[in-house]
Design a protein around this ligand. Structure first.
Ligand code: PLP
Length: 411
């Protein structure tokens, strides 16, 4: 274990922001990685290098700078395809983030797939990004959301999930890892069920992607979405994987430059996917920097280390938080990612997070964009500590120490 911790300490040198101090003078302890992660120097340098040496618009310039920018952008698509084990880079669409990705898919399915009375099967742990886009559809076509319940330990109730698949189920759309609980869903088993029944299957991998490797083919997924900024990459870039031939089937999400073959006053024809879904100037530098964050993660840090070390951190955090009297810990089901949500009757989560902040600890309090889940847990909100491979056991000790003090103060 000592080796893993020493490796994490060395990797922290790659993240300039982690070396700042909180205004109170305390060292900054960043435990809000489910909201967004910090960026390694390699990613920051890629952004700077792009703007200082290669900046040009893509796909439309004949000059060398534009061609070089296009080459890097399309190379980024290949890196993402490999990261997801997609069959082809043509199945990768760049978007702004997970939210835009799910809206793009919902917009397309509304036009070519859903009928009134159709059902969408989700889990009770969905982020609003995988709820509200379907409500927007339901304004035009009355479709019904059916959330499968969780067990009391936060794991998916598998029997109930299977029972909720009906002849009206026209989409299964689940998070691979709950952003509030860290619970991992049985994605491959759900994908196999969906494929057997010919039901399209969408996976929200926003939280899963930074913690575990993805194989979209093993998942039997039709759509997978994630955000660059949670994967040590920039904001403003995300990915939609669309299994072939969904890219052909779905209509464009937005119209404009770069997504057409021909435009006349009375109609236009569209380019092939993925260009068909990337109207206008895309986030070029961000896509290229996302590819760098993937290289950094998979080549410099490595999944073996990430998985072993984050497992250790998760277990360590559970043990330390459980020692705090009166704290209710949610989401103990395994397997789980390095995210812990907790609640004390004595302290409102917002007060808890404010006190933690005074000790230099960045944790999140609120409903975590998962209000239906909070309702199911029967709490108004929780405090959440979410970890990354650059966090240290000593930071968890500081969290536990502050939690003891806060609870002691309020009780
Ligand atoms: N889905 C999950 C599970 C998330 O945790 C988040 C963000 O926290 C989102 C979707 C939305 O991601 P973004 O805000 O990057 O679009």
């Amino acid at each position: 274990m000592k080796d893993l911790v020493q490796r994490a300490e060395r990797l922290r040198a790659d993240f300039p922001l982690l070396h700042q101090r909180h205004p109170s003078g305390s060292p900054l302890i960043y435990l809000d990685n489910a909201a967004t992660t910090h960026k390694p120097r390699a990613v920051l340098q890629t952004l700077e290098r792009f703007y200082t040496t290669t900046n040009a618009n893509i796909h439309r310039g004949l000059h060398w700078l534009s061609q070089e920018a296009t080459r890097l952008y399309e190379e980024a698509r290949e890196v993402v395809a490999q990261f997801l084990q997609a069959a082809s880079p043509q199945e990768i669409v760049f978007v702004k983030g997970t939210t835009e990705g799910i809206n793009l898919i919902a917009h397309g399915l509304r036009q070519v797939h859903f009928q009134p009375g159709d059902e969408l099967l989700l889990t009770a742990a969905e982020h609003h990004a995988n709820i509200v886009p379907w409500h927007l559809i339901a304004r035009d076509i009355p479709v019904r959301l059916r959330p499968a319940p969780l067990r009391s330990d936060g794991g998916l109730d598998w029997e109930a999930f299977q029972q909720q698949i009906t002849p009206r189920t026209r989409l299964i759309a689940i998070t691979a890892m709950s952003n509030a609980l860290g619970t991992e869903m049985p994605v491959s088993a759900i994908g196999a069920l969906a494929r057997q029944r010919d039901i399209p299957f969408l996976v929200d991998a926003a939280q899963f992607a930074p913690h575990k490797p993805i194989n979209v083919q093993e998942w039997c997924a039709d759509f997978v979405v994630f955000s660059g900024h949670k994967l040590y990459g920039p904001t403003g870039i995300g990915v939609v994987y669309m299994r072939h031939p969904w890219g052909e089937t779905l209509p464009p999400y937005q119209g404009g430059g770069d997504m057409i073959v021909e435009v006349r006053w009375d109609s236009s024809t569209y380019a092939k996917p993925p260009q068909k879904f990337e109207a206008g100037t895309p986030p070029i530098a961000e896509a290229i920097a996302l590819a760098e964050s993937i290289r950094y993660l998979t080549q410099k840090v490595g999944w073996d280390f990430i998985q072993a070390y984050e497992q250790y951190l998760t277990d360590y955090a559970q043990a330390r938080i459980e020692e705090v009297p009166g704290l209710q810990l949610f989401g103990t089901a395994r397997p789980k990612g390095a995210i812990w949500s907790f609640y004390s009757e004595a302290v409102h989560p917002h007060d808890m997070a404010t006190f933690l902040d005074q000790a230099g600890i960045a944790a999140r309090a609120g409903h975590h964009c998962a209000q239906p889940l909070m309702e199911a847990l029967q709490v108004p909100a929780t405090t959440r500590a979410s970890l990354a491979f650059y966090n240290l056991p000593s930071e968890i000790d500081s969290l536990a120490q502050s939690l003891h003090q806060i609870v002691h103060f309020f009780v």
